[in-house]
Design a protein around this ligand. Structure first.
Ligand code: DAH
Length: 340
């Protein structure tokens, strides 16, 4: 019996060395450990053995040996398969060309940054402000009490909690004055909303950039100087502008600053409502009520404010004929700004 076991042992070792692949190993397992395998038949022969105990021990040891050897071989096979997978996997190749379709900045972003840079160079700080504000900030603090007719021009979207989407960047004036006090120079660009029907030059969502300068002895001359400097920097040439009186409850006196329509050259087109002029930057001397509401000493300080139409500026600067293109998400329209 012992000889037979020894013979089987060496036969198994030889067969294991030969076995390549999972199927061969499984066959070997069945051949030795299966119901009708060598180990099972050794067990059934055990009762004829002379030294049952020692032979039984040998068979058990052999069984363990075979089981472990096959398990080891299967495990090695699996590890080799994983290593092969890793080896043959596609490698990152740093010399391959990158995807070239990069995005681009939105024209409003480009215009905003350009104007910001100009005002930074003139000593202004840039402020961010909320898009959702309360009635006080948007209207009352700006000398527009409830039921004032000026509110008719600025219908907007109201939230259930009484707050609203700001109709103009002027809504941040009160906050800025309370934050910095006087003297101050600040610009605050932002998205504005109006509940109105859209056409080539009106959108329900658009961008403005508000600016304020408060100091001792600020006059209309300062206002005109800053507006002219800003516009000639933006357009990199002298642009035709006109200043005419305009009414806004938060400034006194108030002006409309129009620029010659860059799209039609002043001839008249849908973008300028056929007038040849575009209202670009209403402005004025800040009303004392507004200054006082912001905690500014009106005996000592005065200031000017302006509300630059950033969306309109981008239209003029880049020759965009229809304001609705800005919010359309059209890649065809936006991709033209890639190289800028
Ligand atoms: N907030 C006004 C609007 O959107 C524009 C405006 C007018 C802003 C005069 C100003 C200003 O700062 O002085 O209609």
């Amino acid at each position: 019996m012992q000889n037979k076991i020894l013979e089987l042992k060496s036969a198994f070792a030889a067969a294991l060395a030969e076995a390549s692949g999972a199927a061969a190993l499984e066959n070997l397992r069945v051949e030795y450990l299966g119901k009708k395998g060598h180990i099972a038949s050794l067990m059934s022969e055990l009762r004829f053995a002379e030294d049952k105990k020692a032979a039984g021990q040998l068979i058990n040891d052999f069984k363990t040996e075979v089981t472990e050897a096959i398990e080891r071989a299967v495990e090695e096979l699996r590890a080799a398969a994983i290593a092969e997978k890793v080896r043959s996997a596609k490698k990152y190749n740093p010399t391959l060309k990158m995807h070239e379709e990069l995005g681009s900045y939105h024209p409003i972003t480009l215009a905003t940054r350009e104007v910001e840079d100009i005002f930074i160079s003139m000593g202004f700080t840039i402020e961010n402000y909320d898009e959702i504000v309360d009635d006080y900030k948007c209207f009352e603090a700006l000398n527009i009490p409830k039921h004032h007719p000026a509110r008719d021009m600025q219908d907007t979207y109201y939230l259930d909690n009484g707050q609203l989407l700001k109709t103009h960047t002027s809504a941040a004036q009160n906050y800025i004055m309370k934050k910095y006090g006087a003297p101050l120079r600040a610009i605050f660009p932002g998205r504005c909303f109006r509940n109105e029907s859209t056409d080539a030059c009106h959108e329900n969502t658009f961008f403005q950039m508000e600016g304020m300068m408060i100091d001792e002895n600020i006059s209309i001359s300062n206002l005109i100087y800053f507006m002219k400097t800003m516009l000639s920097e933006v357009f990199q040439r002298d642009v035709k502008v006109r200043l005419r009186p305009g009414f806004f409850p938060f400034v006194e006196p108030g002006f409309e600053l129009d620029i010659n329509c860059e799209i039609c050259g002043g001839e008249g087109c849908p973008s300028c409502k056929n007038s040849g002029w575009l209202e670009l930057c209403p402005c004025g001397m800040i009303h004392p009520n507004v200054l006082r509401e912001g905690g500014i000493d009106t005996e000592k300080y005065s200031g000017f404010a302006f509300g630059l139409g950033l969306t309109r500026l981008a239209m003029m600067k880049y020759g965009v004929k229809d304001i609705r293109d800005f919010n359309s998400g059209s890649l065809k329209a936006l991709s033209q700004f890639k190289s800028i």
